[in-house]
Design a protein around this ligand. Structure first.
Ligand code: 16G
Length: 221
């Protein structure tokens, strides 16, 4: 069966992991993740069947996403060219055990610069001790630099600040507040049937039955 990558997998082989302040012990990289059965690669359209969404549900509410919804969202991300959803696969089981996303945001400032956002980092906690959290975050962070981002930022729980600091992220003095407004997904007026109100893209149902999440996240690095 023909499989499609979200982005060119070769770009991951070009990343220089010695550039990262992360201390890998032993040294690993996206090209050599430490075990012959581990593979760091872009998300594929076939990953619906490799437990990708189940892995994400270790991070937050995912909902009951159908194969069609998954493929529609995958195509939209691929067409945009700004989504770098990256995964770690245990090839022995054909299972996705780690994921992180780099989203490129296009700006007018800084001479029409681009910045990166690190999102949806999750690693299956039964793979503890293999540095996979570090590996997946460093991979997308180096990717952001490689793609010309002038900065990369993230939101995380307080208990993860030390982890991200060890990978080069910093709380900027006087400028480290992350603020959020949450739109209740149960409020009918705010429910959307497409990602784009302007285009009204079909087949892109955005529906969950969730209330405000309770920030349960058992993943660990
Ligand atoms: C964390 C994640 C964010 C994710 C959110 C989900 C990282 C660095 N941060 O903030 O990407 O989207 O959790 O939680 O992975 P939510 O469902 O409460 O938005």
């Amino acid at each position: 069966m023909q499989e499609t990558y979200l982005y060119d997998p070769n770009v991951l082989l070009k990343l220089d992991f010695h550039r990262s302040p992360a201390k890998f012990q032993p040294f690993i990289s996206a090209a050599n993740p430490g075990e012959s059965w581990l593979r760091v690669r872009p998300l594929k359209d076939t990953d619906y069947d490799r437990g990708f969404l189940q892995l994400l549900s270790q991070l937050t509410n995912v909902g009951n996403i159908t194969r069609t919804q998954f493929l529609t969202r995958f195509s939209q991300m691929k067409a945009s060219g700004d989504y770098y959803v990256t995964v770690i696969e245990d090839t022995r089981k054909g299972e996705i055990i780690g994921a992180a996303s780099l989203i490129i945001e296009r700006k007018f400032i800084h001479n029409c610069a681009v910045r990166g956002r690190l999102e949806d980092v999750v690693v299956n906690d039964t793979y503890r001790g293999k540095q996979l959290g570090k590996l997946i975050v460093v991979t997308v962070s180096l990717l952001a630099e490689h793609l010309g981002c002038y900065k990369m930022s993230l939101d995380c729980k307080d208990k993860l600040i030390k982890f991200y600091e060890s990978l080069g992220y910093a709380l900027i003095p006087g400028n480290s507040n992350s603020m959020t407004i949450r739109y209740d997904e149960d409020t009918p007026t705010l429910k959307r049937n497409s990602t784009s109100a302007a285009t009204g893209a079909a087949g892109d149902a955005y529906q969950t039955n969730s209330q405000f999440y309770n920030f349960f996240s058992p993943f660990c690095y």
